[in-house]
Every structure is written in structure tokens, then in C-alpha cells.
Design a protein around this ligand. Sequence first.
Ligand code: ADP
Ligand code: MG
Length: 703
Amino acid sequence: MSEYVSAAELFGENVFNDKVMQEKLPKKVYKELHKTIDDGKELDPMIAEVVAGAMKEWAIEKGATHYTHWFQPLTGFTAEKHDAFITAPSKDGSVQMEFSGKELIKGEPDASSFPSGGLRATFEARGYTAWDCTSPAFVRQDEGGAILCIPTAFCSYTGEALDQKTPLLRSMEAIQTQTLRLLRLMGNTTSKKVKPSVGVEQEYFIVDREKYLKRKDLIFTGRTLFGAMPPKGQELDDHYFGVIRPRIASFMRDVNEELWKLGVSAKTQHNEVAPAQHELAPIYAECNVAADHNQIIMETLKRVAEAHGLQCLLHEKPFAGVNGSGKHNNWSLTTDDGINLLDPGKTPHENIQFLLILTCILRAVDRHADLLRESAADVGNDHRLGANEAPPAIISVFLGEQLEDVLAQLISTGEATHSIKGGTLHTGVKTLPDFAKDATDRNRTSPFAFTGNKFEFRMVGSRDSVAECNVVINTIVAEAFSDACDVLEAADDVQMAVHDLIKQYASEHHRIVFNGNGYSQEWVEEAERRGLPNIKSMVEAIPALVTDKAIALFGKFGVFTEAELRSRVEIQYEGYAKALNIEARAMIDIASKHIIPAVLRFNRNLSDTVNTMKEAGVEVHVPLEMLRQSSRLLAAAKTSLTKLEEVTDKAAKMQPGQEQATYYYEVVSKAMEELRVPVDQLEMIVDKEEWPMPSYGDLLFEV
Ligand code: ADP
Ligand code: MG
């Protein structure tokens, strides 16, 4: 074990953060830069020049040889292109280290290979990356050297968003404007800025890398396409919060150190429900930074795992039959003078501002449940949402007993007069202290749960960017605030109007509130009676982006133009079709080249055994029965394989778009499931030595 270094010493070591800027930049430059970071003032090129110079020197001290504009195109991954800090050699053959203001501010990656959904024809391949100075630059050090990474937004030549960050920044502006409007009406004259705060809990699996490399399905698709359940799964609940094994602990320690150096405040780690599943959560940060940090976390998990001979699986459902992975997006609104606008205080019934904000959020979620659902749609997440594990595909809001009671009072009398108290927790053990209880118990099955002073959106897939869901949350809440302000600004008596509005919203949108068990069949039926959408798959979720309602919403707040929305729809259908095509082809390949030959070998051995035993005059009932069973399953597998080949070929020839994606969903994915059934049964009877890949048991229990 290396020498112990405290988190405080490491923290932010490789970040060009405010402290470094204060040290390295002339006072005037520092001040000017802050006007851009804080107030969105346009950046003076001269200032950029000085900042770039300081950044370069600092990065070179950290060993950086290259810089990159680090961005999040719509591929689902981050992208980077490295440029060395060198100038063209001079006459004497020497080079200088250079990094100009222009290089800091603007990049021009050849954008033609990134998804644009028709926004940018290939002959106009130009795309620009623009420095996002609200998310600090950092130096990433690994075996490949050290690179200065500059967080950037990625736009087309005509300014359309081609990435996750641009709409996120736009939505943050929208919610800031509308929240400040609301706060002024409520008598707050001091807060100047409002930012969404976001904390993302990240789930992931860790498996042994050598075993991983023997699973082509994991390599090509991130999930197992075949695999029989081991004798033990997660039924004992012995993994959740269990003791972390030394190999994993050592991996986590390195992950934390790497993250701390990069200014990511990794805070909580524990084992999750499924065997080999874990979770990491940093302390919440400003929305945009939190989204970038989540990308850094995912990259770091993968990189450090490999260095430890492990493999990090970020897929939403790497293993059938055990829990999948997601992330919880904790969201609140914070003012620059430190007020959390989602904090109800001890007596929520008296907190009129909180009640207005709360009922506005209920209205937002109820009106745009389809958009929230869409924001969590992702190929892998189709295996999770609605499949009796966190959370259901129906959007509802959990408020808890206390707030639910306040809401009920408001609806019935228009007045809330009291709040349920938490009381005291009595342990019944003299030596344990009694302590004050929260007024509300936890609920783990709700997709959008109020958890004390924040909302927790639990639908996002483990691999997905949290930018999408935050774009939606920020914008729909901005709209609800804006509508409320329109009413209040026109009112003669604002106090009365606030009062009426709270009651009106509470009554009109109460149907979105559900405090019960979200996994139950009763809820599915109840939600249908309430008229709440139950959108079961990604292909069915995508159209929500281009309803008249969505186009008007995003247009009004300048978050997406209609063209941008349409492009995103195209990209999603295409992404879905491509992912399923890869899965189907991988399945075909593995079944025909590995599994069927293995079963044939097994069957030949069995027939040899049968013959030998017969010659010896021994009863052959057992091996013969095994041979019959295995031959039956082999025939079934072969039939399903042929069918899968046919439908995959057909799907691949279709025009990209909704119809093709739907065909992959309805026909190809069903054919894949059909092939899996006999193969998984074969795995249970074929000699383990013959089976061409490590089993679920090997992967999940032998890390
Ligand atoms: P749990 O959901 O398990 O109770 P925590 O309460 O520790 O977890 O918080 C989970 C995540 O929510 C963490 O990333 C934490 O920093 C974040 N969080 C806590 N308070 C807020 C807040 N007011 N706004 C946004 N995120 C928050
Ligand atoms: Mg949580």
C-alpha cells in the first residue's frame, strides 16, 4: 500500500480552480474572468489570452504535453482530440510550447462523424467546441501521459446544439430567470442568482477482467446476452451494504484518490443490492459541473478498474435476473446567498413560498411526465424501467406523510393549519440514545421522490448522461414558475393570489402524487384510472420530444428549437436500432461459432458414452435421456437462431427512423429472447468444461 495522503491534500490538485486562478492570474484578469463565469458577460479575447497562458504553464507543471476540448456529443460518450502544446519548429529546429486564447476559447473538431440527426449535412462538416468557463479545466494523468482537459459545448456552424451541455446551460439560464422572478414577487430582494444543485448517485458492477475478456457479449454490448442464473442470486440481500472485499476496497481507494485530485468530491461508497454491484456518490454541485463530474466518475471507474485487473460494467442491465444499475439524480434549487428553495423548514404548512414552489413542481411533473420519462429512455434502461425493480415506468411523485397531509388540508379547506411532527425514535435499549425522527419515512419505489430538501429522480440509466433529465427538470419547472408569475404579476392582491394558486395547483395535479408501492400491479391499474402515462419502452418514449406541447415549451425558454428536437429524435431512433443490431449480431455470432459447436462436442461425448456402455452391456438410460434433452434444446436453439438471422437482416435493410426502431423493439428483441431460452437451459446441462464462456456464477461471485 502506498503512503497515506489525506483527501484534503489531494483535493483539486489537478484542477484549474478558483484558488489556482487567484494565484496565477493578474488581479484584473481574474476579476474580468469572473464577470464571465458569474454573470455570463462576453469574454474579452485579451483576457482569454492571459488565462490561456496561465493555464498552459500550470498544466505543463503537472506534466501535460497536450490539451483537448472535452465535450459530450450525442454518442453517449465524451469526446476529445489531443493537440500538443508545440509551435511549428523554427529555423534552428527548436519548438516553443504554445497555447493561445483562441485555442482555449474555440475548437474545430471535424464534426462530420458525430451524430447530428440531419442538422448538419456532411458537406457542412463544421462544428465548434466553445469553452465553458463555468466548469473548471483539469489535467488528467494516466498511463498515456497527462492531458489538459477543457470542458466545452459543441455546436454546429449555425449554432445548433450538437451535444448535452449546450441545452443544459440554456435550461439553467431559463430556470434562473423564472425563479428570480418568482422570488421577487415573494418579497425576496437579495438573492441575485439561482442554480440547480445536483448530486448523482452512480451504480456500477465490477467483474474480473480476465473473465470479462472471455465474454464477447460483454465486450461488444456491455451486457450478457446469454447466461443461466447461478444457484445463488441476490435473494439473501447479503451484498447490500455488506463488507467491501479487499480487492474492491483497494480499487475504490484509487478511484477516490483520482477523483479527489480532479476536484470531484467522492463521498459515499457501498455495496449495492446485486452481487458485484456497488455505488459511488459525490457531494452535490452546480448542475452543469455535476453533469461533467458524473462523466469524469464513469471514465475514472473504467480506467482504474482496468489498472486493477477488473472491469467496470456501466450497462443498465449487465445480468438478467439480478438488479440492474441506474443513477439517482438529486435536484434542488440554491440561491447565491445560500438558500435551498426546496427546504420546507420544520413547519411546512407555514412556509408559503415553499408550498408555491412545491405545487409548481407537481404541476410541472404532471404536465410533462412524458418528457421526464423520455429523458431516462436509453437502450439499456428498457430492461430496467417497469421490470419490477427500481423504479416503475410510470412517473409519479412521492411526497411523504407530512407533505401529503399539508396538501390534503390545502385541497379540502384551502388552508393548511398544522404539520405532522416526526416524534422520537425509541430504540428500547437503555444504552442507545433516543433521537428525533424524520417526519417522513423513505420510499424506495418512487421515480420522483421528495427526500427532505430535494427531489430525487431515480429513473436515469447508469450509463446515461444526467444532462438530459436536468434539461427537462429545469425547463418544466421554469415553465411552471413562469406561468405562476404571469398570474401573480396580474393580481391586485399578490398574497391572496399566491394562496389561491397553491390550492388550485394542489387540487389540479394531485393525481401525480403517489406514496404507495410503485412496484405493485395495483399501482399500474390505479395510475391508468388517474390517466397517468405508462410508457414502457424507449421507442414509445421518444415521440414525447416533438409533441406540440414539448416544442412550445422548449421554444419558449430557448432550450431547443424545433429543428434541434427533431434531430434528437432521429438520433435516438438510430442509436436504438444500431445498438440492437449489434446485440443481435453478437448473439448470432456467439451462438453459431461458440455455443452450438460446444453443445455438439458435448453430444458427441454423450453418444460415445452411450455406445461404450451398451457394448459393456450396461443400462444406458441416464446418458441417453441427457442426450435426448440436449438434442431437443439444440434443435430449438438452431430454429430460433435462424429466425433471429432473418429478422435482423430484414431490420438492417430498413430506412433509419421510427419504423425501423420499432421493428427492432417488437420483432428483433423478441427473437433474441427466444434464442436465449434454450441456450440458457443448455448451459445448465452441458459440462462446465465444455461451455465456451464464464458463467454468471464465475462473474458475479468470483471477483
Ligand atoms: P440518500 O439518497 O442515500 O439518502 P444522500 O442524502 O446522502 O443519499 O444524498 C444523495 C445525493 O444527494 C448526494 O450526492 C448528496 O450530495 C445529494 N444531495 C444532498 N442534498 C442535496 C440538495 N439539497 N440538492 C441536491 N443534491 C443533494
Ligand atoms: Mg438515493
